[in-house]
Ligand binder design. Structure first.
Ligand code: CA
Length: 128
């Protein structure tokens, strides 16, 4: 059986990360969890994922700053980033997208919405 898309989940709240990972695994994805920017960077250095789910509010470097950095790095430039956040203001959404995020998921979100958005960015990035 072919392995499903690998999704790096960068989220410091264990309960949310576990919920996301369980749902991703259940739908054929391979979730990899990192609780902060430093461990996410180690995962990216080891294996490039097919997509990144990136929480905005993280201890240390913010998701916004990480998105900006990974967009500038030639190695990670093409990996789709979905920002995950409780912030839903238009100015915040714009900041997220300008930092290089491909999409934006506002908490609380449903599993269906999360899966649909991940599949959409994967389709856009990998035309058959
Ligand atoms: Ca957080």
């Amino acid at each position: 059986m072919k392995a499903g898309p690998r999704v790096l989940v960068v989220e410091d709240e264990t309960a949310i990360a576990e919920l996301i990972a369980v749902n991703l695994r259940h739908h054929g994805f391979q979730p990899v969890w990192a609780s902060d920017g430093a461990s996410a960077q180690r995962e990216l250095d080891a294996v490039l994922p097919d997509a990144i789910l990136l929480d905005w509010m993280l201890p240390g470097e913010s998701g916004l700053s990480l998105a900006r950095r990974w967009r500038q790095d030639p190695r990670t430039r093409a990996v789709p980033i979905l920002m995950l956040t409780a912030r839903g203001d238009e100015s915040d959404r714009v900041a997220g997208l300008e930092a290089g995020a491909d999409d934006y998921i506002v908490k609380p979100f449903s599993t269906r919405e999360m899966l649909a958005r991940i599949r959409a960015v994967l389709r856009r990035r990998a035309p058959e």
